[in-house]
Design a protein around this ligand. Structure first.
Ligand SMILES: Cc1ncc(C[n+]2csc(CCOP(=O)(O)OP(=O)(O)O)c2C)c(N)n1
Length: 620
């Protein structure tokens, strides 16, 4: 935390949006240092995105000094780098609450501030949103410059090219700022990233511009040859880069590259771009983690920082689900050369670092491109390969049609590992894994499995790769994986993949995955049974009913939305078949839940804790 003795005198002058314009030029460096200090203190304490925000300080300050945010609009792609914008728009003193329940959102939030013009969280949406916002303003006769800020990682996403394709047809004047730090979460990959590397080698725009201006001054005819000179320079630059200017060829004016840590230069250029008609892209070079040594050296580690108070403490020496999965699949691939792994830009987060090193030729980081990841996996499944496509639940939403159209409809064999399934920490509504069961269980040839122990994970991976047909989704939360829970099991029903922890015969909790240990704790206290399902879809509801029918009261507990949940499908089957031998209640994520705070906060808000479950059981 910032101590009372720490001098933040320049930053303290910023109370509301626009105040940054009053800071004297000579104090801007100090301001940037103080913003960085606040970022480091807050993110170290609360968790959040550190390196990306440290890298964008000067750029955000320059934009805020050049634009009038009462009419001009900034859309942040992903939005994980919008902390400086929040600080400069009257939220400095609330930064300590960021990510906490009731606190500031870690992403732009239209409900939080009028200066957060568009909610983001998932990558590559900013240019489309900015074009739409600008068009809506133009049609209504509202003036203002619309700016989209996008990182080089997010620039890989397909939507970006759909938007660029549309931009010049829209009579648009948007300014796209490409914040290029050569990093996605890991090092950026792909041809576009290599293309940007070549652009980075160009002489800096500012230097070229100054040289041109100096030359013009010296010209005898007052600069009549200027246009020719600029054209000549452009041609020279094109050949310097060694290829055509992609953006220019799409009718988007390219300006850059520019040093993203030279605030004065940035102001100069942003003011200049405001005069340019038509869509334009300003290429800004930044350093991820800038100003914080350890983050600059290891931007991957400091991309997302965990809460220092670690509310969800490690309970055991067990690995997280993703770590355990990563080790298993890397070992399995040593024995089976047909196993290949596909991952859209989340190598470390998905536990795949080991695989990526051990099986370089069989590991594909495809960039932030979930749709491509799925269809690419479908293609890989030809000729005997066994593709394992690993995607966080929230980002898998993007690839719904690819799973349906390219995998399920033709019954291709692809294993999708759905990481971060269920409720997730701190990042709010946009990052929850609470929809996958609902949308995956509408698809043909789909199996959904939910391991809750190491034994389960091994078993599921084996059966998914070697015995089941079609598309298999193995979903698991970001938790420690249990090692011994299966040993408490009294009954294991093969086809239904159910296990029963038998403590009482009147009441039972039906659950899977993350909820199993919580349910067992509640059942022990309240003399109830726990019925654990491993296979969530398809379910033989008759068999499940037969298993439950002797109980008097059954609660189904799931950390997903109710519509499309296991409970909802089972209830509707019971209703249709007139089955009502026991009272059935469901606990799931409430539609109006804010989804703020850590996992435990969100679970508690939805009565998905062992205490809440046992209270329900006892009240019955
Ligand atoms: C669709 C989607 N997939 C994955 C992510 C996870 N993610 C968040 S930030 C990020 C890297 C973004 O890189 P870049 O756009 O270059 O921004 P930087 O952090 O480097 O500033 C990724 C992969 C996401 N937000 N959205």
């Amino acid at each position: 935390m910032i101590g009372t003795n720490d001098k933040m005198e320049v930053l303290d002058r910023i109370k509301v949006s626009g105040d940054v314009k009053d800071i004297e030029k000579e104090n801007i460096d100090k301001l940037c240092i103080q913003i960085r200090k606040l970022l480091i203190d807050v993110v170290t304490m609360n968790g959040g995105h550190l390196a990306s925000n440290l890298g964008i300080v000067e750029l955000t300050v320059a934009l805020h000094r050049c634009l009038d945010l009462e009419k001009d609009k900034i859309v942040f792609d992903v939005g994980h780098q919008s902390y400086v914008h929040k600080i400069l728009t009257g939220r400095k003193d609330c930064m300590v609450t960021m990510g906490n329940k009731g606190g500031l959102n870690c992403f732009p939030d239209e409900c939080e501030s009028i200066y957060d013009i568009f909610n983001t969280g998932h990558a590559s949406t900013s240019i489309s949103a900015a074009l739409g916002i600008e068009k809506s303003m133009k049609l209504k006769g509202i003036e203002g410059q619309v700016v989209a800020i996008i990182g080089d990682g997010a620039l890989a996403g397909g939507m970006v090219y759909e938007a660029l394709n549309n931009a010049s047809d829209l009579d648009s004047d948007i300014l796209i700022i490409l914040n290029d730090n050569e990093m996605s979460i890991s090092r950026n990959v792909g041809a576009m990233s290599r293309y940007l590397s070549k652009l980075r080698l160009r002489p800096s725009y500012i230097e070229t511009n100054t040289k041109v201006k100096n030359l013009v001054k010296k010209l005898p005819n007052g600069g009549k040859g200027l246009i020719k000179l600029i054209q000549k320079t452009k041609r020279a630059l094109k050949s310097y880069v060694g290829q055509k200017m992609i953006f220019e060829d799409l009718d988007i004016r390219y300006i850059g590259p520019v040093d993203g840590h030279d605030e004065q230069a940035l102001e100069e250029i942003i003011n200049e771009t405001k005069k340019v008609k038509g869509p334009k892209l300003l290429h800004v070079i930044t350093t991820k983690g800038k100003g914080y040594d350890i983050a600059e050296k290891d931007p991957v580690k400091f991309h997302g920082v965990k809460n220092s108070l670690a509310k969800r403490k490690r309970l055991s020496a067990n690995p997280m689900y993703n770590e355990y999965f990563g080790r298993l699949i890397s070992d399995m691939a040593k024995k089976d050369e047909n196993i290949v792994c596909v991952c859209p830009a989340m190598t470390e987060g998905s536990g795949l670092y080991e695989f990526s090193i051990n099986h370089k030729d069989r590991y594909f980081d495809v960039g932030i491109c979930e749709q491509h990841a799925v269809t690419f996996s479908a293609g890989l499944s030809k000729n005997g390969l066994k593709p394992i496509c690993v995607i966080y639940s929230t980002f898998l939403q993007r690839a719904y049609d690819q799973i349906l159209h390219d995998v399920c409809m033709t019954n291709k064999k692809v294993v999708i590992c759905v990481d971060r399934a269920g409720v997730t920490d701190a990042y709010g509504k946009t990052h929850q894994g609470i929809y996958d069961i609902a949308f995956l269980s509408t698809l043909p040839n789909m199996t959904i499995l939910a391991p809750e122990s190491k034994d389960d994970m091994k078993k599921h991976l084996n059966e998914s790769i070697y015995s089941l047909d079609g598309c298999i989704a193995i979903r698991y939360p970001y938790d420690e994986i249990n090692s011994d829970i299966s040993k408490q099991c009294d009954l294991d029903l093969g086809p239904l993949q159910c296990a029963v922890y038998n403590k009482g015969k009147d009441k039972a909790i039906l659950c899977y995955g993350r909820m199993v240990p919580l349910a067992i704790e509640a059942a022990k206290k309240s003399n109830a049974s726990v019925v654990k399902i491993r296979k969530l879809y398809p379910i033989d509801n008759q068999q499940l009913y037969d298993l439950l029918k002797d109980f008097k009261y059954v609660i189904c507990a799931e950390d997903v939305i109710y519509n499309g949940s296991v409970a909802q499908r089972f209830e509707s089957w019971m209703y249709k078949n007139n089955k009502k031998s026991f009272r059935f209640e469901n606990l799931s994520i409430k539609e109006d839940c804010e989804m703020r705070g850590c996992v435990d906060d969100i679970l508690a808000d939805n009565n998905l804790t062992s205490d809440a479950l046992s209270k329900l059981l006892e009240d019955e």
